[in-house]
Design a protein around this ligand. Structure first.
Ligand SMILES: NC(=O)c1ccc[n+]([C@@H]2O[C@H](COP(=O)([O-])OP(=O)(O)OC[C@H]3O[C@@H](n4cnc5c(N)ncnc54)[C@H](OP(=O)(O)O)[C@@H]3O)[C@@H](O)[C@H]2O)c1
Ligand SMILES: [Zn+2]
Ligand SMILES: [Zn+2]
Length: 335
């Protein structure tokens, strides 16, 4: 059955999103079509709209924190039912054949399909995706909370798990936005000693409520020395990386999930003396996605969301760009 999909897309870099439609033709045996009820706005959508990474193909519909209901499925989809509530994140398919897919590192799949790169994503009424990356949502989670977990939750939990951060490790989360406020909550759930680092004084009290043991103003961070084992950078701004690295203890790791505009510059001396590692992390594996959703349901992890109508997507994006959202903008069909 062919279906016309209506959404909001970018025609060129740095432009407002405009109504856009496309057709879903026949689906493949392993594909499903999902009617979208909610879609979070991740800052990666904004990087894609603005072509910050040089990988955007216009026109396209962004959106990769998707929750909705299965409305159609191919003949080989046995694990999902019509009407079932599911989520889709950054990937719309992984190959399931490469070395990485076969060793639970499918977030590094050699030939993945990304939900909103070279195809259309979730700021729309329907989407199709391969069953390999369509996840049932635990009943306990509301859809508006599950949506941000599909990328923001997946990424921060994936970074902690990917680098084997241990209970009691001293973790600093830099930037308390969509990813950061979940990094604090997951950090607490995993038993870490969490320091939330924010440039917004208005977020300090809430960061404590998310479970931070300590909250530090970004301006005061350089006063700290040898304090952390793991720094998770979720900010997308150029910060003082050498000062940040100096806050790590011996064998510490500064891990980037946020993507600042400029190359990371750190003086080698700061790395050598304490065997500091600089690293990055792309989301999490499919196994970690399931684990992350389970932890959210069991430990009552909830993104704080501000919901918008899909037709107000530009209003929501403007607020995200101004760092005024507390803490994740979610497009919703039910408001
Ligand atoms: N690696 C991955 O797999 C992956 C997955 C998803 C997203 N990302 C990337 O992660 C980044 C964050 O995404 P997000 O959706 O969480 O964005 P967001 O909601 O806008 O949060 C980013 C936070 O960074 C801090 N920040 C922003 N500008 C700053 C500045 N000039 N100085 C200091 N701090 C600043 C702010 O926190 P405070 O107000 O607390 O300072 C802000 O809330 C983006 O680059 C996105 O592309 C990566
Ligand atoms: Zn693969
Ligand atoms: Zn994202």
């Amino acid at each position: 059955m062919d279906r016309i999909v209506s959404g909001y897309g970018a025609k060129k870099a740095n432009s407002k999103l405009l109504p856009q439609s496309y057709e879903i033709k026949k689906i493949a045996p392993k594909e499903v079509v999902v009617e979208i009820s909610h879609c979070g706005i991740c800052y990666s959508d904004i990087h894609l709209i603005d072509n910050d990474w040089g990988i955007s193909n216009y026109p396209f519909i962004p959106g990769h924190e998707i929750v909705g209901f299965v409305t159609q499925k191919g003949s080989q989809v046995k694990n999902l039912k019509i009407g079932q509530r599911v989520g889709i994140g950054w990937f719309s398919k992984v190959c399931e054949k490469c070395t990485y897919c076969k060793t639970d590192r499918d977030n590094m799949c050699a030939s993945p399909e990304m939900t909103a790169v070279g195809r259309n994503g979730g700021f729309a009424d329907y989407i199709k995706a391969d069953k390999s990356v369509v996840y049932p949502i635990p009943e306990k989670l509301k859809s508006e909370h599950a949506a941000p977990l599909m990328c923001a939750g997946w990424t921060v939990h994936g970074a902690y798990r990917g680098y084997k951060v241990k209970p009691k490790d001293r973790v600093a989360v830099i930037g308390i936005g969509g990813l950061g406020h979940l990094a604090v909550q997951y950090g607490k759930a995993m038993g870490y000693h969490v320091t939330a680092v924010t440039s917004s004084s208005s977020k300090k009290t809430e960061a404590k409520k998310f479970g931070a043991n300590v909250v530090v103003d970004y301006k005061n961070l350089s006063k700290l020395k040898n304090k952390f084992d793991f720094i998770l950078v979720t900010a997308h701004a150029d910060l003082d990386w050498t000062s940040l690295a100096n806050t790590l203890d011996v064998d510490g790791n500064i891990c980037f999930v946020g993507i600042p505009p400029s190359p990371i510059s750190i003086h080698a001396f700061s790395l050598i003396m304490k065997r500091i590692k600089i690293s990055g992390n792309p989301g999490g594996s499919r196994k970690m996605m399931k684990e992350m959703l389970k932890i959210a349901a069991e430990k009552n992890i909830k993104p704080i969301v501000e919901q918008f109508k899909f037709s107000d997507v530009n209003k929501a994006i403007k607020k995200v760009k101004e760092n005024k959202i507390r803490y994740r903008a979610v497009l919703s069909r039910s408001i």
